[in-house]
Write a protein that binds this ligand. Structure first.
Ligand SMILES: [Zn+2]
Length: 261
């Protein structure tokens, strides 16, 4: 009995040690990263056109403001990147993101976009007497991350965290970017969570801090557009993304060396 008791005590000690080891770096102790919200496209180069005729940029702008407010209400530090004026060059955006993230020790870039589909899936209909293109095929969110750079691991971890929150909030991932057709054929990194390799996008390929490009939903699909235009749905989506905007404790971004511990 004594032997059994000793083993029992040893087992308890082992379990205690394991619990302590596990308790040293629980996710809740990780510092929340500052979030750089990049508003996709510009007023003069507004991206996709929604089924209603509204521009993607107007959707990006509105959702970015909601996301910023949600993060600020949670006490998070945010910065917003918005390219204005007649020059919509992507290099301006890349440079601005780089200059902001360079000065922050722990940051996550979220580039806000709304999605469309390839031309072959477009149909035509009249909206308020105006002919508009729409689709009834793809629906849902897609997340793009760099897969071949130094920040790939942390970007994927952040995308998984965001996707899990979105799915828990009732959103569904779209796999239409993986379809083997011209213009798509994107590599799925996580099929269950709708996460794709996005190294073909300069903003992701050049990022020096962890980054996730969010396609919030397919605004070319009238059902998705209507749903995402509803303030309560948009608020729930913003809260899900804000809650998921985390990074692993071990950060591999170039600024990681400045993080204490
Ligand atoms: Zn876009």
């Amino acid at each position: 009995m004594t032997g059994f008791g000793s083993q029992h005590v040893a087992l308890l000690m082992l379990l205690g040690l394991a619990a302590c080891a596990g308790a040293r770096q629980p996710a809740t102790d990780c510092p929340a990263p500052a979030v750089i919200i990049d508003i996709g496209h510009t007023a003069v180069a507004p991206g996709a056109t929604a089924a209603s005729g509204a521009t993607e940029h107007s959707y990006n702008h509105r959702f970015a403001a909601l996301l910023a407010k949600t993060l600020q209400n949670q006490g998070r530090t945010i910065h917003t990147v918005e390219i204005t004026g007649p020059d919509p060059r992507l290099d301006r955006r890349v440079e601005e993101i780089r200059s902001i993230t360079y000065g922050i020790t722990h940051s996550l870039v979220l580039s806000v976009h709304h999605d469309s589909v390839q031309e072959r899936y477009l149909k035509s209909r009249l909206v308020d007497g105006v002919e508009r293109l729409y689709t009834d095929t793809a629906t849902g969110f897609s997340l793009f991350v760099p897969a071949e750079t130094a920040v790939a691991g942390d970007s994927l971890a952040a995308a998984r965290s965001i996707a899990d929150r979105l799915i828990a909030a009732g959103e569904r991932p779209s796999r239409h970017h993986a379809e083997p057709i011209e213009g798509e054929n994107r590599r799925l990194l996580d099929q269950e969570r709708g996460i794709y390799a996005g190294d073909f996008l300069k903003i992701l390929r050049t990022a020096e801090a962890p980054i996730v490009l969010l396609e919030i939903g397919v605004i070319k699909n009238p059902a998705d557009e209507q749903r995402l235009s509803d303030p309560s749905t948009a608020t729930a989506v913003a809260e899900a993304i804000a809650g998921g905007a985390t990074l692993p404790c071990r950060v591999t971004s170039p600024s990681a060396a400045r993080i204490p511990g």
